[in-house]
Design a protein around this ligand. Structure first.
Ligand code: ZN
Length: 373
């Protein structure tokens, strides 16, 4: 959502978020400001930022390839103004695998940084470094020869920043992996999340006092990232070992493909249900969601047969599927409901509310639902 696909590398789509041009704009302003030739400075900023993002893609690819190696699945890599995110469906289970996967990114950035630094030494006289650092701090002229040292420094910074032992940085994963070898996974995560939030507060205060908007944005990014990771693991711990059959709604009202849409509207008004399985003689042939009902009413009116507006392709769940996996898939797809089907027979629906209920119940009283490990 809200992103464009650039390329596909090793089966992983690399996308840019629609807000990505903002960072180019920011770079143009930042680098152009105070330069004798504003346009040349601005162009330098844009070029250097684009090159830097190629390095960021390599960083994320390194994580992704290790994740795939350990049986994970990478959905996509998205470039946001503040960096790249590799969205993974399943993470490696073992602490040492997570450790290697987490280290792969910063190590890649570090290697690129050191490599470019050597290349700079090889191509230019040594004093380019002192000239370059002076130009950076005092807003001096930025000739194109400064591209290399600039990229070297930012890649090394990227490696260092990502190794900070706090979520959502890679170092947070490293810290959790190490902690998880001698304490439960949930507690290890909670600790790494706390460190991340504390770091975010520090960065935020520094940004406020230094009037640095960029630093405040980074602080917000770190804070929300840390908090999200904490929630995800809480959810995972709560739902671990639970099956779909323990949470789904057993006898939802079903509709027939030849029924008029008004039938579903009546059912919606009578009860709590807003998504309907479309069944023909016990067989599930489609799904009619709340949005489908609304769209159908707008486009065709209440008399249209349900088969014209129902979804024919949708995710399904089996009764023995892992509840957490299904929850993750639903939230990725933005699905409010999935039908539960066993060997072709329709059993019921698993809705967001069912999941929330299961989560609240087992959090209140863990022994309520038996877990299978
Ligand atoms: Zn990383």
């Amino acid at each position: 959502m809200g992103s464009l696909k650039l390329v596909t590398i090793k089966g992983i789509p690399v996308r840019i978020h629609i807000t990505f041009p903002l960072i180019l704009l920011w770079a143009a302003v930042q680098f152009g400001r105070g330069q004798s030739n504003v346009w040349q400075g601005a162009l330098f900023g844009v070029v250097v930022t684009l090159l830097l993002f190629i390095c960021v893609v390599l960083h994320e690819l390194a994580h992704s390839l290790f994740a795939i190696q350990f049986g994970g699945r990478v959905i996509e890599i998205t470039l946001l103004p503040l960096g790249g995110v590799a969205q993974m469906e399943r993470l490696p289970d073992r602490p040492y695998q997570e450790l290697l996967m987490a280290l792969a990114g910063p190590v890649t950035s570090g290697v690129i940084g050191v490599g470019l630094a050597f290349l700079t030494l090889f191509l230019f006289p040594l004093r380019i470094w002192t000239d370059f650092l002076r130009a950076l701090s005092s807003g001096g002229k930025l000739p194109w020869s400064y591209l290399l040292p600039y990229l070297a420094v930012t890649n090394l910074f990227l490696a260092g920043f990502n190794l900070l032992p706090a979520f959502p940085m890679d170092g947070g994963r490293v810290l959790r992996a190490i902690l998880a070898t001698f304490m439960p996974y949930g507690r290890a995560t909670a600790l790494a999340v706390r460190v991340g939030q504390a770091l975010a507060w520090m960065l935020g205060l520094l940004g406020l006092f230094g009037r640095d908007v960029f630093l405040i944005l980074v602080a917000l990014f770190v804070y929300t990232g840390a908090t999200q990771e904490g929630r995800l693991v809480q959810l995972k711990t709560a739902l671990a070992g639970l099956r779909v059959r323990q949470a789904y709604s057993h006898s939802p009202q079903a509709v027939h493909p030849e029924d008029p849409l008004s039938r579903a509207v009546d059912l919606m008004l009578e009860g709590f249900q807003s998504d309907f399985p479309v069944c023909d003689g016990g067989r599930l042939v489609g799904m009619l969601t709340r949005n489908g009902v609304l769209r159908g009413l707008r486009e065709y009116g209440p008399q249209v047969p349900i088969h014209t507006v129902m979804l024919r392709e949708f995710p399904i769940a089996g009764p023995e599927d892992d509840l957490f996996d299904i929850q993750q898939r639903m939230s990725e797809l933005g699905a409010e409901v999935v039908p539960v089907v066993d060997a072709g027979t329709f059993l019921g629906l698993l809705t967001r509310q069912d999941l929330e209920e299961a989560y609240r119940l087992v959090t209140a009283y863990p022994a309520l639902l038996p877990r299978r490990r």
